[in-house]
Design a protein around this ligand. Structure first.
Ligand code: CA
Length: 249
């Protein structure tokens, strides 16, 4: 998977941080989101299946509702529509219980921490319950100041705004971070922000949907990503200050 071209791209980085998406990356929550969206739109008389949910994953709730209204009902969603449908979706999502942590993502986070790289959270989710859960699931990994959520952004993914905001919060250049995403809209957002993007296809979409948006690498699982992560990090860290210091001595 790590071709010569990809290794050269990694060597041009000056890696300091990993920017993690949440749903479908840290938590296996997409099946719950799919059920909740399908239910909330069904109450409005709109058919919205799981594939459609996965294709729009990462967008804010309002953007999703506005787009579905435009495409399927040929009308503009009002703020009241957005609030009503999103509330139904959010309540149903909560009623499904806690989504489990993504299998093997803990080993990916451990690896990132081992190299003293800064982990950031970049999510379009505004689910307070899930965000609170982060510290319980992954203690001492994500600092509050290293989180970008639906409350921080105006546009949300696929706009580059959330990833640009994470770079700003971390005082980072685009070549100092790697993004871990699972969704086409998320990959588009990260690439538009100019960041090296690894997609882990944890859902029901074909890999092509992720390559098409410009993913630099695509893995079928966290376990497969973990196998190459040391190499990825070592290739991306050849310009770190510690190495400069060693050279200077
Ligand atoms: Ca996601």
């Amino acid at each position: 998977m790590l071709t010569k071209e990809k290794i050269n791209a990694l060597k041009s980085l000056d890696l300091r941080a990993f920017l993690f998406d949440m749903d479908g990356v840290l938590y296996d929550s997409m099946p719950f989101h799919a059920k909740a969206w399908t239910y909330a739109f069904a109450l409005e008389g709109v058919t919205f299946d799981a594939y459609n949910v996965y294709m729009r994953e990462g967008m804010t709730g309002s953007s999703t509702i506005e787009e579905v209204f435009r495409l399927q009902l040929n009308k503009q969603a009002t703020e009241e529509d957005c609030q009503r449908i999103y509330k139904t979706k959010a309540d149903y999502f909560v009623s499904l219980g806690q989504a489990p942590e993504m299998k093997d993502v803990d080993t990916v986070l451990e690896c990132v921490m081992k190299y003293h790289l800064e982990p950031f959270l970049v999510t379009g989710s505004g689910q307070k319950t899930l965000i609170d859960k982060l510290n319980h699931s992954f203690p001492n990994v994500f600092k509050k100041e290293n989180m970008v959520t639906a409350f921080d952004v105006k546009k949300g993914k696929p706009d580059p705004e959330p990833y640009l905001m994470a770079l700003k919060k971390g005082n980072l250049n685009a070549n100092q971070a790697i993004v871990i995403e699972n969704a086409p809209m998320g990959v588009r957002s990260a690439k538009a922000a100019g960041i090296f993007t690894i997609a882990v296809n944890t859902g029901i979409l074909k890999d092509e949907e992720l390559w098409k948006e410009g993913a630099d690498l695509v893995y079928p699982s966290m376990k497969e990503l973990r196998k190459e992560l040391d190499t990825i990090i070592e290739m991306s860290s050849m310009n770190l200050p510690s190495n400069h210091l060693k050279t200077a001595k």
